[in-house]
Design a binder for this molecule. Structure first.
Ligand code: HEC
Length: 303
């Protein structure tokens, strides 16, 4: 698994796009005297072109892989007409995972432009402004000073519980934890069993696991947690109450949960919150409006 907050577009994404996608999705060119256009009008050979999308509209929604055709198309069953690539090697599970992470993190091209063929004059500014030092890196540097490296014992216990633990970057004591190899076995007790690592966890992915509200009592004890993925779990409004006073949480994903406006009220107390994903939850426009009023600057993905 790639480290969270550290997906490099050029190192980790571009190589497989070039190898498996760009043949059919590139600037128009001539072959044997015939002009070849990119399939579906979609070019994947430049950041500005990826942001522009296809003849049918945008294919990338930063922060929301589930709303990004560039991600959805590679996860469709092979016999689906819209499965990408339609021929040649499929993306590997790892490539799909890193693509997803990259989109979740905000789809930062890190200054990469790619082909300038056909680039509109105003496109460059839009894609190069992303070169500023990544906010996460600065935050990690500050948090790293506060924590000790993980003990082998704590690590072994978490692994026995089925957790995958990975440093957020090389030699960092900060870790991301997921249960991706056994989501259907990850219950409240499993989440409790990662508490020996609680000082070090900055990202926790519990998406699609079988946890309930009780697990959020454990989650609330992670003082440096920055990002929490609860998508498609059974967590409800009652569970979110446990997170009410969290001091660091920035991102919470509640996509496809039963959470309502009553639940997101609890989030209003988390002053550090920046991104809330509520797509396909039971929250309403009115609830979202209250949340953004309480936390100016929060970005809510909804509908
Ligand atoms: C062999 C040629 C080929 C390759 C390789 C290929 N595609 Fe496509 N792609 C197509 C064609 C053809 C369509 C149009 C399909 C349709 O309209 O049913 C398409 C459509 C798409 C669309 C939908 C665009 C829209 O909005 O309609 C996306 C997204 C896409 N491709 C992404 C990718 C990605 C990502 C890769 C690499 C993993 C890839 N493609 C590799 C031929 C290709």
């Amino acid at each position: 698994m790639p480290a969270w907050g550290a997906v490099s577009f050029e190192k980790e994404i571009l190589p497989f796009l070039n190898k498996k996608c760009v043949d059919c999705h590139r600037a128009p060119y001539e072959e044997n005297g015939r002009k070849k256009e990119p399939k579906a009008g979609l070019r994947l050979d430049a950041s500005w072109a990826i942001l522009k999308g296809s003849e049918n509209g945008p294919v990338l929604t930063p922060g929301a892989p589930d709303k990004s055709a560039i991600y959805e198309s590679v996860t469709l069953p092979k016999d689906d007409d819209a499965h990408m690539p339609p021929k040649g090697d499929d993306l590997t599970a790892e490539e799909i995972a890193v693509l997803k992470k990259w989109i979740e993190e905000g789809a930062d091209f890190g200054g990469w432009i790619g082909s300038k063929d056909g680039m509109p004059a105003d496109a460059q500014t839009a894609t190069t402004k992303a070169v500023k030092p990544r906010e996460h890196d600065l935050l990690f540097a500050a948090l790293e000073k506060e924590v000790k490296p993980l003990s082998d014992d704590a690590l072994a216990k978490a692994k026995t519980a089925g957790a995958q633990v990975a440093a957020v970057k090389v030699e960092s004591p900060l870790v991301r934890v997921d249960f991706l190899t056994g989501v259907s076995k990850c219950d409240d007790a499993k989440v409790e069993s990662i508490l020996p690592l609680k000082e070090n966890i900055v990202q926790l992915d519990l998406g699609r696991t079988i946890i309930t509200d009780a697990a959020l009592k454990s989650v609330a004890q992670l003082p440096r947690l920055l990002s929490l993925d609860l998508r498609q779990t059974k967590v409800t409004d009652a569970g979110l109450e446990a997170l009410k006073g969290h001091k660091r949480l920035q991102t919470i994903n509640l996509y496809g949960t039963e959470v309502t406006d009553a639940g997101i009220k609890h989030l209003a107390g988390i002053k550090t919150l920046k991104n809330v994903y509520l797509w396909q939850s039971k929250a309403t426009k009115a609830g979202v409006k209250q949340l953004t009023a309480a936390l100016p600057g929060v970005k809510v993905s909804f509908e």
